[in-house]
Design a protein around this ligand. Structure first.
Ligand SMILES: [Zn+2]
Length: 334
């Protein structure tokens, strides 16, 4: 298959990567630049179908950038409900390619491409291999959306729509800039840094990563999906906010292998305490434990081990961090 020039998958050797900044800073939304580190939980659910909790997705606003971490099914709907648009997103980071963490990737790229009319900078995409191949197979000329993209580039009606949105023909293809990353990499942004860590989940079938974001306002660690591990404790060391999957009530895991890959609430308490984080946000919540009484018991038992704050995550919950302190928690999901 012919290589597409829009794919720039880098060799996945640990190192520091410069995150590209948009070429035209005037395209930035000025008021956004004054915002503190703002984390919005887009999806706090699991692969199980749910109208209450979307699958995994998080949105981080920092220093004028809008960073999405994972984008599972319905996470994009939550992004819209939270008042954002696909064209606002500047960077996407994927922890792993389980579908509940990446199914809305296609929607994000295609709606951003359609609505952006070649006036927004290309989307910066970071994730473990084979994110480059997945991108090619979705948006390449021979990809799943290849015929759609061809029609939208060539048919006069689509060209007219493109021009009406302010585009200047010829219309370019969607061209996300993909970089494959692995544990040990550091992505340096404008006013933020993301350190890539090792999650313990479903290796060797999928490479599974965790992310730590540091900026002037504070620090955030999002572990993707992971059981307890020393590598997660090290990555999350002294973080202001740790977002961690809380899939199971301790003792109810189907097997030892399941506990190793997904952890449980007592494991999470120990991880948060060992890492010395200030706040633990529980997410990836199964309906079975998202029940009155069970929620309170989980939080109570975690607090017996972990001395910091515990938050039961909800879709569209927004957490603001300034000078290392949580300055706002807003539940915008109603
Ligand atoms: Zn997973």
């Amino acid at each position: 298959m012919q290589r597409r020039d829009f794919l720039t998958a880098l060799a996945a050797t640990p190192g520091t990567l410069e995150a590209s900044a948009p070429e035209d800073d005037q395209q930035r939304d000025e008021p956004r630049q004054r915002k503190p580190l703002t984390i919005t939980l887009l999806g706090t659910g699991t692969p199980a179908p749910s109208l209450v909790r979307a699958s995994s997705g998080y949105l981080v606003e920092i220093a004028g950038d809008v960073i999405v971490m994972d984008h599972g099914p319905d996470a994009h709907r939550r992004l819209l409900e939270g008042g954002h648009r696909a064209v606002d997103v500047t960077h996407v980071f994927f922890t792993h390619l389980h579908y509940d963490h990446c199914m809305d990737y296609g929607r994000l790229v295609l709606q951003r491409w359609d609505q952006g009319a070649a006036k927004v900078p290309e989307l910066e995409v970071y994730g473990p291999a084979p994110i480059a191949r997945m991108t090619e197979q979705l948006f390449g000329e021979d990809g799943i959306y290849g015929p759609d993209i061809r029609a939208r580039i060539r048919h006069q009606s689509s060209i007219d729509t493109f021009v009406a949105r302010g585009g200047k023909p010829p219309r370019p293809r969607p061209a996300p800039r993909v970089k494959e990353i692995r544990a040990g990499d550091v992505v340096q942004g404008k006013g933020w840094k993301i350190t890539v860590g090792h999650a313990v989940h479903v290796q060797p079938y999928l490479e599974c990563l965790a992310f730590r974001l540091d900026c002037a306002d504070g620090s955030l660690c999002y572990t993707g999906d992971s059981g307890a591990s020393d590598s997660i404790v090290e990555l999350a060391r002294n973080c202001d906010v740790l977002i961690h999957m809380n899939h199971y009530f301790s003792g109810t895991e189907p097997s030892a292998a399941y506990r190793a890959a997904c952890g449980n609430h007592r494991d999470n308490a120990a991880t948060a305490e060992r890492a010395g984080v200030k706040t633990l946000v529980l997410t990836h919540l199964l309906a079975q434990i998202d029940q009155p009484g069970v929620r309170e018991q989980i939080v109570h038992e975690i607090r017996q081990v972990f001395g910091g704050r515990v938050i039961w995550g909800e879709d569209l919950m927004q957490i603001s961090v300034t000078a290392g302190k949580i300055t706002g928690i807003e539940n915008r999901g109603g």
